[in-house]
Design a binder for this molecule. Structure first.
Ligand SMILES: NC(=O)c1ccc[n+]([C@@H]2O[C@H](COP(=O)([O-])OP(=O)(O)OC[C@H]3O[C@@H](n4cnc5c(N)ncnc54)[C@H](O)[C@@H]3O)[C@@H](O)[C@H]2O)c1
Ligand SMILES: O=C(O)[C@H]1O[C@H](OP(=O)(O)OP(=O)(O)OC[C@H]2O[C@@H](n3ccc(=O)[nH]c3=O)[C@H](O)[C@@H]2O)[C@H](O)[C@@H](O)[C@@H]1O
Length: 348
């Protein structure tokens, strides 16, 4: 049946979605849900895989080129009969029989996505096109992890999904934020033209265990610096804001979106908003009060403020984040201390 998305305000679809493979209707078919996670060796992807694998009815396939991800993040599943790991670059077509596709593959930290901007935009555009082609071929539902960066340097605050954004189309961040905007366009065009079942999550800054230690993003930088006893590098002016979501909350939101009825786009994030100076003070107080805070140069087009309006997520997904920043930072500290081999000092 054609998916009705009038409620999402995006116009009616013109065609019904493709039917799944005939084997689905075979009497002896083992009715497991086959789920592809692109970018599943990365930070959010590997936490999502852990959660999906908890359900014994799920078979999970990860496709990743290991640019910023690692097999280490998935080591507990390698060899498991319901799990497969494929070294694959999403800029090349992929043919697998699956029911759902979580499409996460894309470098996310600004230092990585700016490293090879042409590759970043190819990943967003050709990669998403390839995954939509796969969804069309096998009749799978596909979820795209878009980003709050589609709002650019937002002039509306907080950001609702109705805001069209303020994005520099030719700046150094454009490979990522314009790339994700085109990816969203492709998703809706495949939905309207071919009836593909789509879901779009607009993710706001997410943090937690397993982030790359030298990832370059602000939470991982500050925590690693505090543990190593180095100065926390606040980029100027330090009054810019972000809203940080703990990864377990994020994964719950993504799964609710995938398994619900609304195409999105839906903001998934934690509305608790902090300046970078406030974040540094929190990390310092919780992890190492002896470190100093140093001001460093910023990069071009850094958004000055960002905070999700999550009214839609609450209403249509019955989702809201549970972990407050100070609790999440402590959970992340334990993981970083273990990987950096720097145990917590015990009080004498
Ligand atoms: N973490 C955040 O704060 C955040 C915010 C907004 C959106 N997102 C989106 O969520 C997704 C996951 O982000 P993350 O924080 O886990 O980042 P990450 O860098 O840890 O994970 C990305 C994964 O994609 C893989 N990858 C990159 N290019 C690929 C390609 N061409 N083919 C196959 N695999 C490829 C990487 O190797 C890595 O495993 C991304 O799409 C990102 O844009 C993340
Ligand atoms: O949530 C999102 O939508 C996007 O957020 C991040 O992009 P950004 O907010 O720029 O993330 P960071 O690199 O962590 O920077 C956040 C702020 O911290 C500042 N910063 C960063 C690093 C640092 O050491 N010190 C510091 O003050 C930056 O100037 C910036 O203002 C992610 O990296 C993107 O993948 C994601 O799509």
């Amino acid at each position: 049946m054609a998916q009705k998305d009038a409620a999402n305000g995006n116009g009616a679809t013109t065609r019904p979605p493709p039917t799944p493979s005939p084997i689905r209707f075979s009497k002896f078919f083992q009715a497991n849900m086959r789920i592809l996670v692109t970018g599943g060796a990365g930070f959010i992807g590997s936490h999502l895989v852990d959660k999906l694998m908890e359900n014994e009815k799920n078979e999970v396939i990860v496709a990743d080129n290991f640019f910023t991800g690692s097999k280490d993040n998935l080591k507990k599943w390698i060899g498991h009969p319901r799990f497969e790991l494929i070294r694959h670059d999403v800029t090349e077509p992929l043919l697998v029989e699956v029911d759902q596709i979580y499409h996460l593959a894309c470098p996310a930290s600004p230092i990585f996505y700016k490293h090879n901007p042409v590759k970043t935009i190819k990943t967003n555009v050709i990669g998403t096109l390839n995954m939509l082609g796969l969804a069309k071929r096998v009749g799978a539902r596909i979820l795209l992890t878009s980003t709050s960066e589609v709002y650019g340097d937002p002039l509306e605050h907080p950001q609702t999904e109705a805001y069209w954004g303020n994005v520099n189309p030719i700046g150094v961040r454009s490979c990522y934020d314009e790339g994700k905007r085109v990816a969203e366009t492709l998703m809706f065009d495949y939905h309207r033209q071919h009836g593909i079942e789509i879901r779009i999550a607009r993710i706001f800054n997410t943090y937690g265990p397993r982030m790359n230690i030298d990832d370059g993003r602000v939470v991982s930088n500050f925590i690693a610096q505090a543990i190593r006893g180095e100065a926390l590098t606040v980029q100027k002016p330090g009054t810019q804001t972000r809203s940080f979501c703990y990864v377990a909350d994020m994964v719950n939101g993504l799964m609710k979106l995938m398994n619900g009825d609304n195409t999105g786009p839906i903001n998934i994030g934690n509305p608790g908003e902090f300046t970078m100076l406030e974040l540094a003070e929190n990390v310092k107080e919780l992890i190492n009060p002896e470190v100093t805070v140093t001001m460093t140069e910023n990069t071009p087009d850094d958004p000055r403020q960002r905070k999700p309006d999550i009214t839609k997520a609450k209403e249509v997904l019955d989702w809201e984040p549970k972990v407050v920043l100070r609790d999440g930072l402590v959970l992340m500290e334990d993981d970083f201390r273990e990987r950096l081999a720097v145990p917590k000092k015990t009080k004498a």
